[in-house]
Design a protein around this ligand. Structure first.
Ligand code: HEC
Ligand code: HEC
Ligand code: HEC
Ligand code: HEC
Length: 308
């Protein structure tokens, strides 16, 4: 056989192979791009259709679709949540489903979107524009989205008086669960083993700063094998409260004993309240909230005594 001819065929085959690999990659990128765009565009379009109906102004239906973004260099955030959550400030959407519905409470009145954005309270990946990337479990150098009562773990970043004993659910309305958790830490004597804001023992790990950890930082030093729910820091902590020995059973082969943290027989509600409270134990150096965002009003009202 002609060796030269064979080489030429081989070379041509290699080229065809390389070209098809590149084409496949391009097609995959295009599909991925279209899919991830399709989602938010669909939500925004639906919002516009609903708004057009409510205002009886058909033109709104044809408004161009675009990513709504808020860049807040002071907070080091870029939030695009409003791209899908278009109705948060529109009272006409109060009975609509997510993501269109009006924001509950008056949180966006006391904290204007322009100054605060969303992720300073809700965490999550502000730059992402897909439901999976914003609401799914994150495993990287980011923080899990906080929804429902779990948002209460963020208030302490700026309302530092929430760790003051004189501030209670009666004087600071709307975050009852956080205070419930705070109360339980005294009831069960957690400080006998854990240091919490400068006070407590060292049998267990210090809890101050736990809430400011990224998912990755937590995941690297915790075993998720015995966690049944979503593999996130919040879920690990919650299941650990319900049954510490189930989540940290030790390993007889390696001579590791099960955890000595007592099983307090907590109800799911109590475990949730404690989870919210410990996720609210922040590290100010990590959160890096600028001075103008720290609540002054409440700080002035609080006494300087530590929590008891
Ligand atoms: C691609 C569109 C989209 C983007 C972007 C988006 N969301 Fe959502 N969001 C939804 C949808 C759809 C739901 C309802 C279904 C669900 O919970 O997954 C929802 C639900 C929620 C809920 C309620 C979840 C619950 O468990 O009750 C919160 C809180 C929320 N979003 C906050 C945010 C924040 C904060 C951001 C920005 C970091 C954001 N969303 C970005 C579409 C979006
Ligand atoms: C000052 C803190 C704060 C800011 C800023 C904030 N939220 Fe919220 N958000 C809350 C609290 C607190 C709740 C009520 C949780 C509950 O049900 O107890 C909530 C509830 C929600 C809900 C309803 C579902 C749920 O989990 O209860 C959605 C959706 C939501 N927020 C989206 C947003 C979006 C989008 C932005 C930005 C435009 C935003 N939030 C900004 C604190 C905040
Ligand atoms: C990024 C910082 C920041 C975060 C996070 C934050 N707040 Fe605020 N909040 C402020 C500032 C600043 C004010 C303006 C008034 C002041 O100085 O207290 C304010 C005002 C308020 C007010 C009205 C005034 C008052 O003190 O009675 C309430 C209520 C409130 N915040 C509750 C919350 C709750 C609940 C959360 C958590 C879901 C939260 N805030 C998260 C900074 C923040
Ligand atoms: C007898 C001592 C003891 C008591 C009391 C105790 N713990 Fe623990 N706790 C530990 C030990 C030891 C660990 C480390 C092993 C493990 O993860 O179970 C731990 C782990 C934890 C963790 C995981 C922290 C991390 O960074 O991995 C949290 C959160 C926690 N405890 C909260 C609490 C709370 C809240 C209370 C009170 C309701 C409490 N503990 C009571 C001993 C204790």
């Amino acid at each position: 056989m002609d060796l030269k001819w064979e080489k030429r065929v081989m070379r041509r085959r290699n080229k065809i192979f390389a070209a098809s690999v590149i084409a496949t990659i391009i097609i995959l990128i295009v599909i991925f791009y279209r899919e991830s765009n399709h989602e938010w565009k669909h939500f925004q379009k639906t919002y516009n259709v609903k708004l057009a109906e409510k205002l009886n102004s058909p033109d709104i239906k044809n408004e161009p679709l675009r990513i709504n973004q808020l860049w807040l260099p002071q907070l080091n955030t870029t939030d695009r949540c409003m791209t899908c959550h278009k109705g948060v400030e529109n009272p006409m959407f109060v009975n609509e489903p997510q993501p269109f519905t009006t924001h509950p409470g008056d949180f966006l009145k006391t904290h204007s979107i322009d100054k605060f954005g969303c992720t300073v309270c809700h965490q999550g990946d502000g730059q992402a524009v897909t439901v999976e990337a914003t609401h799914g479990a994150v495993h990287h150098l980011n923080r899990q989205l906080l929804a429902k009562e779990f948002v209460q773990a963020s208030c302490v970043k700026c309302h530092i008086d929430l760790h003051d004993n004189s501030v209670t659910a009666d004087t600071f309305k709307g975050i009852r669960t956080f205070f419930e958790g705070r109360g339980l830490t005294f009831q069960y004597g957690c400080r006998g083993c854990h240091k919490i804001i400068g006070e407590g023992g060292s049998i267990g790990p210090e809890l101050t700063g736990l809430g400011s950890k990224t998912e990755l930082a937590f995941m690297l030093i915790h075993d998720f094998e015995h966690v049944e729910g979503q593999h996130t820091m919040g879920q690990w902590i919650y299941e650990h409260f319900l049954n510490p020995q189930k989540v940290v059973p030790g390993n007889p082969e390696l001579n590791f004993a099960p955890t000595i943290m007592p099983n307090f027989g907590l109800t799911p509600e109590q475990a949730r309240a404690l989870t919210i409270y410990v996720l609210g134990l922040r590290n100010p150096k990590v959160d890096a909230i600028p001075y103008e965002y720290i609540s002054q009003k409440r700080l002035a009202q609080a006494s300087s005594k530590p929590v008891r």
